[in-house]
Design a protein around this ligand. Structure first.
Ligand code: NDP
Length: 297
């Protein structure tokens, strides 16, 4: 069996192309979708992620402003900044880059972001609406995965999807999307985690595997059945003797699944490009919602 590589870039390009006229229409009425990104501390990976997000916003003629807070900033300082941004009518999306330094409670901080500007989709109100089947902002990575499945015509309805990982940003919202009774859902979903006794027992039964554990090369060819479609969410920096000092690896041992799986997303170049694109989608949507609200008044 020839295994298809599900690259994220063509999917991301076509979504960004479709967004451009929507951004132009907003511009014509004086609105520029603007993201405010907050970074606390100087984690190098976070700096790169936020820089990539800023660039993507600029390329699409949107705006992005980064607020860099000192690693020792207090919870009160972060909450004061979020409050200011919640009340700034020029800001349509607020993102708090994770991870936060240990002394800050991520839950308290994420809950403080207005659910109307929560373009990451992490606010409990937005997660609740997603579970209810009435989504507002959907977390970017799971939303991007659905777009990949849609773009490559990978069927979901009636199939058995096995998700490895139950985080609030990938595994749980992915479950809510795939299990929902609608066109791109309607799957039978199993969710695995470190409490799962025999992971391979589950992955061997999967028609779709979503690997989001953060464990390099965890899924191997002997753990899958023929014809499975695999989405590899993992981005793991594995230190080595290369020039960079590390290699990026997924949660799936790609080489070992080639010829057995129907398809697999590469790492890098699979799910990664989709996450920023869905952040753009959510921010443009937020700006459009504001226009609708004003027009409705
Ligand atoms: P978390 O660490 O928050 O969650 C990992 C989940 O995987 C947990 O539920 C954990 O179980 C489970 N898990 C870990 N190891 C195993 C194992 N050996 N067997 C079964 N389950 C396991 O990670 P995230 O969800 O934030 O991220 C997951 C991966 O995806 C990371 O590599 C991250 O870098 C990547 N990522 C990529 C993105 C992209 O844009 N491509 C975006 C977001 C994340 P338990 O709950 O029991 O601890």
């Amino acid at each position: 069996m020839e295994t298809l590589l599900l690259k994220g870039k063509p999917v991301s390009d076509s979504i960004r192309l479709a967004l451009a006229p929507r951004v132009q229409s907003l511009k014509e009425i004086g609105i520029i979708p603007k993201l405010a990104a907050i970074i606390v501390g100087d984690d190098p990976a976070s700096q790169v992620y936020v820089l990539n997000k800023t660039r993507a916003f600029e390329k699409l003629n949107c705006e992005s402003q980064t607020f860099r807070l000192d690693v020792g900033s207090s919870e009160k300082e972060v909450l004061t900044l979020i409050d200011t941004l919640n009340n700034d009518s020029s800001v349509y999306g607020i993102l708090v880059q994770l991870p936060l330094p240990n002394h800050l409670d991520a839950k308290t901080i994420l809950h403080a972001v207005s659910s109307k500007k929560d373009v990451d989709g992490f606010h409990p109100k937005n997660l609740g609406l997603l579970l209810e089947g009435n989504p507002n902002f959907i977390p970017c990575t799971p939303q991007g995965i659905l777009e990949i499945l849609k773009h490559y015509d990978i069927p979901v309805s009636g199939r058995h999807a096995v998700i490895v990982g139950r985080s609030n940003i990938v595994g749980k919202p992915m479950f809510a999307l795939l299990a929902q009774k609608y066109e791109m859902g309607n799957a039978t979903v199993t969710i695995c985690h470190t409490g799962t006794k025999d992971l391979a027992l589950h992955t061997k039964q999967a028609d779709i595997i979503i690997a989001a554990a953060g464990s390099p090369n965890m899924i191997t060819g002997d753990m899958i059945k023929e014809g499975v479609d695999i989405i590899d969410v993992g981005i793991n920096r594995v230190e080595d003797n290369s020039e960079k000092g590390y290699t990026l690896m997924g949660d799936v041992n790609t080489e070992s699944v080639m010829g057995i799986a129907n398809s697999v997303t590469p790492v890098p170049g699979g799910v990664g490009p989709m996450t920023i694109t869905m952040l753009l989608v959510n921010t443009v949507k937020s700006a459009e919602k504001c226009v609708e609200l004003v027009a409705g008044c």
